[in-house]
Design a protein around this ligand. Structure first.
Ligand code: FAD
Length: 404
């Protein structure tokens, strides 16, 4: 009898965890597993703000996929997925067409610009490891230009960060530490540099404990970060951003760098696939299958799940993506054996938001933490994610050990 084929799209947290767990749970020769990813490497999306600010080298954020999968059990194909045809069970890539018996879609997130004029064109987004490296080099280029130009344009040294959510605040935390280094390197007086966080909502880090939020804002302000809260960006231009400060009041912030970190959506390929979706995310069934498709699972940021306690969607996180990957592997194994799938129940251990290498805020196992202790926990969380995919050797290679 022909072995069932399992096709996993995307080697992010969700896709890679699915594969690593499929390798564990499936019996020998039980199925053919193929993993498709755009690059031959996986990158830690949760570390991208560090690569973008320049506090971590881009190479440190990524590792080769072949080093963490079992090439006997899984075939890895480096390819960019171009179309997903769930009716005909066919996936088209720039490296061939693939069919499947079971499909797992884990193509991750894309930036959401909410239709704001010019953002697509003029703002940078911490979307992947190449984009992060570009942001780092763009900021350095602005500093280098300022220090060599005869007539100085100080707006080169202004960095606008759109969004005071998790990604925006983590990026600001890194910038707060990086700016003094850049000033030293490029002979720029610190007072010439402005880093401004612009947020449409009336608060920073919505959903976080107010005491922790106030700690985070205080720490960042003490390092020179400015906040403009309740002031939506209405337009981005090659020169900067226009923000709304009142009914008929606008302010233009001239800036050499604009980074948009105010929202994510799923992959646009989901929208084109014919699977029902909301902003490219699929409201999955309890066992993580796409509604109406018994052979299609969705993992990570492409999946939308409602938290029944709050009646709001769970935020897209690596923590949930990895847990979903484990459940999907179990469910596919059950389906192959003729068994029943199980419901996915997230086991949320907490959330830690870093404020640079040496500071953080968080709630872990129900307890609030700040400062070096929280920062230590954040590094342990980062190392644990590595461990779950690649074991101790990956932790030794890529782990964060500069603690306390
Ligand atoms: P990803 O990890 O993004 O992986 C998607 C994969 O698909 C990538 O390898 C990509 O190259 C590949 N891919 C995409 N399109 C194609 C294509 N067309 N063809 C082939 N391959 C493709 N979450 C937390 O839990 N804790 C945190 O502290 C945290 N911090 C964050 C900080 C930042 C700066 C960012 C951006 C996100 C953070 N998140 C955090 C969120 C977390 O990174 C995401 O929820 C997580 O990456 C989702 O995992 P995923 O597997 O769905 O997608």
């Amino acid at each position: 009898m022909k072995r069932p084929s399992i096709l996993v799209l995307g080697a992010g947290y969700g896709g890679l965890t699915t594969v690593v767990n499929l390798q564990k749970v499936l019996g020998t020769d039980a199925a053919d597993i193929t993993l498709i990813n755009k690059n031959e490497y996986h990158y830690e999306s949760t570390w991208l703000h560090e690569a973008a600010a320049g506090t971590l080298r881009p190479e440190q954020v990524r590792y080769d996929i072949k080093d963490v999968i079992d090439s006997v059990k899984t075939k890895f194909v480096q390819a960019t997925v171009q179309a997903i045809d769930v009716q005909n069970k066919k996936v088209t890539t720039d490296n061939g067409v693939f069919t499947y018996d079971y499909l797992v879609i884990g193509l991750g997130f894309e930036g959401e610009t909410f239709g704001i004029t010019g953002l697509d064109k003029y703002a940078l987004s911490i979307a992947n490891v190449k984009a992060a490296r570009y942001i780092r080099e763009h900021i350095e280029f602005q500093f280098a230009n300022w220090s060599t130009e005869a007539v100085k344009d100080d707006s080169r040294l202004t960095i606008v960060v759109g969004g005071a959510g998790f990604t925006g605040i983590e990026f600001l935390g890194e910038l707060a530490n990086r700016v003094p280094e850049l000033c030293k390197e490029f002979d720029v007086p610190r007072e010439k540099v402005r880093v401004i966080c612009v947020e449409a909502a009336p608060m920073v880090l919505p959903g976080f404990d107010p005491e922790l939020v106030s700690y985070a804002v205080g720490q960042l302000e003490a390092k020179g970060i400015e906040f403009s809260i309740g002031t939506p960006v209405v337009e981005a231009t090659p020169e900067g951003v226009n923000i709304k400060k009142g009914e008929d009041k606008f302010e233009f912030i001239k800036a050499g760098t604009v980074v948009w970190a105010a929202g994510v959506r799923g992959s646009k390929l989901i929208e084109e696939s014919g699977i029902e979706n909301m902003r490219a995310r699929v409201k999955v069934d309890k066992d993580l299958r796409a509604p109406g498709f018994h052979d299609v699972f969705i993992v990570g940021d492409c999946a939308l799940m409602i938290n029944e306690e709050t009646n709001r969607p769970y935020p897209p996180t690596a923590q949930i993506a990895m847990q979903q990957g484990e459940t999907i592997a179990k469910n596919i194994n059950e389906l192959i054996k003729g068994g029943e799938t199980v419901e996915f129940v997230p086991d949320l251990k907490g959330t830690v938001c870093s404020l640079g290498d040496d500071d953080a805020i968080g709630v872990v196992f129900g307890k609030k933490v700040t400062g070096k202790r929280a920062s230590f926990m954040k590094k342990m969380i980062d190392n644990r994610a590595l461990y779950m995919v690649g074991g101790p050797s990956l932790v030794m290679k890529k782990g964060k050990f500069n603690v306390l």
